[in-house]
Design a protein around this ligand. Structure first.
Ligand code: IPM
Ligand code: MN
Length: 343
């Protein structure tokens, strides 16, 4: 029996280059892992006219996890691959915990003055399958002066409760044991009310975890002025989308930003991918930084219960990044080799 079955969707542009390094690293810490490649993304779409054929999705479903690189290319109209692949996997595989850690690693610099490595260490638990992302709503009188467009946010007690509970469980395992809920309860009273009541109810189950609530506008400000204050943040799908870009920015950008779209029960595979895109401008040159992809592989290992391996991988990435000479050119494969060798 193999240790784990991982579907690899390397995708487009630098996605293929960085994913090869992530795979190399997983092979180094977890020999015997089975990898199966799936050619999806812009190239596949341009060739076949399809984004995610059902037969391929059924095959993906039979894996323990999906390691994804990046998808997208200027040749594909915006939205096609995002909705048809990334969001489809999130929804169909019930990946309701969108996990986005942000840490200021040694060797990286925050654009914020006076913040030292180690001082920012947070994880945003973004709800992944509800909210404004469900695509509810409609358009009336299209292309007329009377056009009306609505976009509805879906929030269920079940959906909010399970993601909030996940955030508390994570906080319970962390040193600071603090959860900040972010929403806009003063304006979005219906969905906000559900979130606030659910948050209070779940908080009562975790007496050791301290809690705090912030509106999204205030949280966006504090994320820039005082990101050190956050430990675990839980929020809805769209607020989490925005907030995690800010969190990545204050920890030195997307070079180290990893993410997981997680189905915690493992009923379906979870997807792990760097936050960065396919970067067509530097694709094919072997100069993309694979750190975020490798850290995403570490999240994958953690999710599959390989805690020790996950920790060793993230420590090896941290050590490699800390050892870099500022301004020196970076070779994708060499970074992967160095990290794999350190394991
Ligand atoms: C992300 C991306 C996606 C999102 C897009 C590409 C659909 O921005 O993973 O954060 O909005 O969730
Ligand atoms: Mn985003």
């Amino acid at each position: 029996m193999s240790v784990a079955r991982i579907a690899v969707v390397a995708g487009d542009g630098i996605g293929t280059e960085v994913t090869a390094q992530a795979q190399k690293v997983v092979e180094a810490v977890l020999p015997g892992t089975e990898f199966n490649d799936y050619d999806l993304g812009a190239r596949f779409y341009n060739r076949t006219g399809e984004v995610l054929p059902q037969a391929i999705q059924d095959e993906l479903a039979r894996h323990d996890a999906i390691l994804l690189g990046a998808i997208g290319d200027p040749s594909v109209p915006p939205g096609v691959l995002e909705r048809g692949l990334l969001l489809k996997l999130r929804f169909d595989f019930d990946q309701y915990v969108n996990l986005r850690p942000s840490k200021l690693w040694p060797g990286t610099t925050s654009p914020l003055a006076g913040i030292k490595p180690g001082e920012i260490d947070m994880v945003v638990v973004r709800e992944g399958v509800e909210g404004l992302y469900v695509g509810a709503g409609g358009v009336l009188h299209k292309d007329t002066p009377a056009e009306i467009a609505t976009e509805e946010s879906l929030n269920t007690r079940h959906g909010v409760e399970r993601v909030v509970r996940d955030a508390f469980a994570r906080a319970q395992r962390r040193e600071r044991r603090h959860v900040t809920m972010v929403h806009k309860t003063n304006v979005l009273t219906k969905a906000g009310g559900l979130w606030a009541r659910t948050f209070a109810a779940v908080a009562a189950e975790f007496p050791e975890v301290t809690t705090e609530y912030q509106h999204i506008d205030a949280a966006s400000m504090f994320m820039v002025s005082n990101p050190q204050r956050y430990d675990v943040v839980v929020t809805d799908n769209l607020f989490g989308d925005i907030l995690t870009d800010i969190a990545a920015a204050v920890t030195g950008g997307i070079g180290m930003a990893a993410s997981g779209s997680v189905n915690p029960e493992r009923t379906y595979p979870s997807t792990f991918e760097p936050v960065h895109g396919s970067a067509p401008d530097i694709a094919g040159q072997g100069i993309a930084d694979p750190a975020a992809a490798i850290l995403s592989a570490s999240l994958l290992l953690e999710h599959l219960g390989h805690h020790d391996e996950a920790r060793r991988v993230s420590e090896a990435v941290a050590a490699e990044v800390a050892s870099r000479t500022p301004g020196a050119p970076l070779r994708t494969a060499e970074v992967g080799d160095r990290i794999a060798a350190a394991l």
